[in-house]
Design a protein around this ligand. Structure first.
Ligand code: FNR
Length: 172
């Protein structure tokens, strides 16, 4: 039976290392597992007035993708020791309306890549806190924290074998 995973990157830039982690997840996914990468570039900043008027198209697409997926991978950059604005903003949109919201009881894996040595550790623990409120089932181990990202990638491809193996284990 096919198992579908939706990957969401918290970085909008084309050469994002975090989006690169999701491409690596596509490459190492076990047989029968598909990883689709969401496009969150068109999602506006959360505005309660806009929400009341109706979901923008890009938000509606993401909501439906999260709801339909068997599991979600969140690849988060670390911005100033926390998750990126685009990541939090996307989660905030998907979390509305609150009952029911699409992350409730959804299996979620977290990964991240950064230039620093800790590989988004601080951001990932903030992200876990957000997901506790949303009642997602977050995988505890293995943690996928890719530090010194520039040397873990070559031409946009994750080449660090340790990191690739951790992603493989996490997907399994
Ligand atoms: C960063 N970066 C960063 N890195 C880190 O390890 N800890 C941090 O707190 C921060 N803070 C931070 C703030 C802001 C505003 C930016 C733009 C960047 C560096 C960050 O890890 C690096 O730019 C990554 O390459 C971002 O991820 P993507 O875009 O490659 O996926």
């Amino acid at each position: 039976m096919a198992f579908s995973i939706l990957g969401i990157s918290g970085s909008l830039r084309a050469a994002s290392f975090n989006t690169g982690l999701l491409r690596a997840a596509q490459e190492v996914a076990p047989d029968g597992v598909t990883v689709e990468i969401a496009d969150i570039t068109g999602i506006p900043l959360y505005d309660e007035d806009v929400y009341q008027a109706g979901f923008p198209a890009a938000v509606e697409t993401l909501r439906q993708q999260v709801a339909a997926a068997d599991a979600v991978i969140l690849a988060t950059p670390e911005y100033n020791f926390s998750i990126s604005g685009p990541m939090k903003n996307a989660i905030d949109w998907v979390s509305r309306p609150p009952m029911p919201q699409a992350f409730n009881e959804k299996p979620v894996a977290i990964m991240g890549a950064s230039g620093g040595k800790l590989g988004t550790a601080r951001a990932q623990y903030h992200l876990r806190q957000v997901l506790v409120f949303l009642n997602a089932h977050v995988i505890n181990k293995p943690e996928v924290m890719v530090g010194g990202a520039a040397s873990a990638f070559a031409d946009g491809k994750l080449t660090d074998e340790t990191a690739r193996d951790l992603i493989r284990q996490q997907l399994e």
